[in-house]
Design a protein around this ligand. Structure first.
Ligand SMILES: [Zn+2]
Length: 338
């Protein structure tokens, strides 16, 4: 990808484009910000722009031999380092052998391109020895070399490393950028979503593409409908719902917290409908026809109490409590506040 084909992150792109224009590219950058918002993509785009053989000096053409080799990770002057595990240690880390190997390669002039570019993904996982060794490279940067450290946890980096890099902050992607990214990914996969569904997933992504794409859209749709039905029907006359729900979900420990999150989003929407809020505040707009009816079946206080019951259950379950028992209790509380 080139700068122009990366959605969002206009500020980091502007900083780098200006630096390219003024020939003031730093020896070392730190791209930091939450996971999955484009840091790695932009680092690779910068590596391409610095070595591109195309006509635009400020962006990669994405077509020349150099751009294609960097994209495939086979360019001799482009080094991408990420944490790995070893047969001895399953812990992900960037180890000193990797740094020493890199230092040997950086001792030579660029082989094929104009600038050697090193991208260190999750640089906060450089272990202690590796970080000390890498510090020497930062202190005496080899000529024609740009080092790009990437981190979602920059506070874990040694201050001595931090102080030698120009920091570039990356911010959460906007809902509209996330929307465009989801749309293009779905198109690639030959799938599509309605406008409402796209809005829903973009809103829930918290600015992260991975989070937006991790959800299986159809499964989520089915789950939300099931949970809404429980919210509508559960009562002391329907204890069968309580027991079958608790039994089914107690076995699905990995999905338990995300199911409870869905409950929270639904109950929040129902409380909003109950207090007379309009569509614009609602997340589950595709279920609105049914939700408007269900919302009116309880008082606002009852919805808020149910919200609290789910929250308390989440807290209890994060401490390894007996899931079945706590899920039963939660639904019984739903009945009590009905
Ligand atoms: Zn190119």
């Amino acid at each position: 990808m080139s700068f122009k084909s990366i959605l969002g992150q206009s500020q980091p792109k502007k900083i780098l484009t200006n630096a390219l224009q003024n020939s003031s590219i730093a020896h070392a950058y730190l791209f930091y910000g939450q996971e999955s918002i484009g840091k790695k993509k932009l680092a690779i785009a910068l590596a391409k722009a610095l070595n591109c053989k195309g006509p635009d000096p400020l962006d990669a053409c994405d077509e020349c031999e150099s751009c294609l080799k960097i994209e495939r990770g086979v360019h001799p002057d482009f080094f991408f380092i990420e944490p790995t595990s070893t047969p001895k240690s399953r812990e992900l880390a960037i180890r000193i052998e990797t740094v020493r190997d890199l230092q040997k390669k950086l001792a030579y002039l660029p082989y094929e391109g104009k600038t050697k570019v090193v991208v260190i993904d999750s640089a906060d996982l450089l272990n202690h020895h590796a970080a000390s060794a890498f510090l020497k490279t930062l202190e005496e940067p080899p000529s024609s070399t740009v080092l790009i450290l990437i981190s979602s946890n920059p506070h874990r980096l040694l201050p001595t490393l931090l102080s030698r890099c120009q920091g570039i902050p990356f911010h959460r992607l906007s809902s509209s950028d996330i929307r465009k990214i989801i749309q293009s990914k779905l198109q690639e996969a030959g799938e599509s979503l309605t406008e409402l569904e796209l809005d829903f997933h973009a809103q829930r992504s918290q600015g992260s593409v991975d989070r937006a794409l991790a959800e299986n859209f159809t499964e989520m749709e089915v789950l939300r409908e099931q949970l809404l039905e429980i919210l509508e029907k559960v009562s002391f006359d329907r204890m069968d719902i309580v027991f079958s729900f608790a039994k089914t979900w107690a076995r699905q420990t990995e999905q338990l917290q995300s199911m409870l999150n869905e409950f929270l989003v639904l109950i929040r929407d129902l409380a909003l409908y109950r207090s007379g809020c309009g569509q614009s505040d609602i997340q589950n707009r595709n279920l609105s026809a049914k939700m408007i009816l269900v919302a009116q079946t309880r008082s606002l206080k009852a919805w808020l109490d149910r919200f609290t019951a789910v929250r308390n259950t989440q807290t209890a379950l994060s401490g390894n409590a007996n899931a079945q028992l706590f899920l039963e209790n939660m639904l019984i509380e739903f009945c009590e506040v009905a």
